[in-house]
Design a protein around this ligand. Structure first.
Ligand SMILES: [Zn+2]
Length: 386
């Protein structure tokens, strides 16, 4: 049996005025998804446990079959793992965005104008030289990640602070951290402005620290579930979950966290991983979430249509050639176009077994509105033992 999990990040939505009161899943032309839903089972998954922040770290941890209430310790430690950072018990990781804050303290861009990874690396090297390991008075480390998403490592006593994720502040006044560690966080954030000023090629003008935590200890995927698994993703924190659980993480040329990702290349990476002997493969594409944050209905619809034409239309016949298979499709949270941020609401899921027809349904928010909510982290075992 082969298993595929499809994760269009943040694809779930709410009725949107710009789409005539419909959702992207309702508007998108997705003949393959429609056919799979007609022969499968649709339902609602609670991917974000009650009281937890609706981040991709939490939602994707659920999708991989780990209860976030048990295993989640923060977002940044997962992303740090994706950079190969295994932290000792007395060090923690902060997510360090490069952001653009206006003179009136408005959060203009949580992504700092999407700097290239190369340009950002030069900024992070400078931050580390001046405010991190290059500075004998500093207890901090700065590690370059991808585009605007980076990591700061700090001592354990920097943990206690309430930090607002910058993507929740777009177009609104930026909110400084609070709590015992806040003063030190504000100080290093202020100091970063002088470092960014040395990089006029980057639109970002300061760092933003959030999502802190110690690294979680998650059992390996193979040990936890009794099957081997791989992931294709261009997002650090999803890759980090794969590192922490020792899943296969092939490099996929053309996979990006933007609208331009090579959907077919990500599909082929999944098929190659399964052909090479992996039992399960996760295809994670960020574009739907990006479109939700941008409030861009056309891109969100287009991404779902590309999922259908570039991934699923080719995936299904290839899986049929390999033998029996099961497929699970669901986002890690909703990113409604009207809200431009994540929500903790349950999301629609689709479960298909190549050999056993389900009751059939429609893979939309309205199509699952009456279904009872399944805890997200239990869905993987549904997939395995259905
Ligand atoms: Zn997400």
């Amino acid at each position: 049996m082969k298993y595929v999990i499809c994760v269009p990040d943040g694809c779930a939505d709410e009725p949107f005025d710009g789409l005539g009161g419909r959702t992207p899943l309702e508007v998108a032309q997705t003949p393959t998804i429609d056919a799979l839903a007609a022969r499968g089972t649709v339902g609602r998954a609670g991917v974000i446990p009650e009281g937890m922040a609706p981040g991709s770290d939490v939602g994707n941890m659920s999708i991989l079959g780990y209860d976030p209430a048990e295993f989640h310790t923060g977002r940044a430690p997962i992303e740090a793992a994706s950079l190969g950072l295994k932290l000792p018990a007395d060090r923690l990781a902060y997510r360090c965005n490069l952001v653009t804050v206006g003179e009136d303290a408005t959060m203009v861009d949580f992504a700092g104008g999407h700097p290239s990874t190369e340009a950002a690396r030069a900024v992070l090297e400078d931050l580390d030289a001046m405010l991190g390991r290059g500075n004998p008075d500093s207890v901090l480390e700065f590690h370059a990640g991808v585009e605007y998403r980076h990591i700061m490592v700090a001592p354990a006593d920097w943990l206690d602070a309430e930090c607002v994720p910058p993507h929740d502040l777009t177009g609104r006044p930026s909110v400084a951290p609070t709590g015992p560690a806040a003063e030190r966080l504000i100080e290093v954030t202020e100091a970063s402005r002088a470092v960014l000023a040395r990089h006029p090629d980057v639109a970002a003008n300061q760092i933003w620290l959030w999502g802190q935590g110690f690294q979680p200890s998650m059992p390996d995927f193979a040990e936890h579930h009794g099957i081997t698994g791989g992931i294709t993703t261009a997002v650090d924190l999803v890759r980090g979950l794969g590192v922490l659980t020792d899943m296969a993480l092939p490099d996929v040329e053309g996979a990006t966290p933007g609208y331009d990702t090579d959907y077919a290349a990500q599909r082929d990476a999944a098929l190659a991983g399964l052909a090479d002997g992996l039992d399960l493969f996760v295809i994670h594409v960020e574009a739907t979430d990006e479109a939700g944050h941008a409030g861009d209905a056309a891109e969100k619809v287009r991404s779902l249509e590309l999922w259908d034409s570039e991934i699923l239309a080719g995936l299904v016949p290839e899986l049929d050639r390999m033998g029996p298979w099961r497929l699970l499709m669901l986002p890690d949270h909703a990113t409604p176009l009207a809200r431009r941020t994540h929500t903790p609401d349950p999301v629609p899921y689709l479960l298909v077994d190549s050999a056993v027809d389900g009751p059939g349904g429609t893979y939309t928010e309205a199509g699952v509105a009456d279904a009872s909510v399944v805890p997200g982290h239990e869905l993987l075992s549904h997939l395995l033992v259905t």
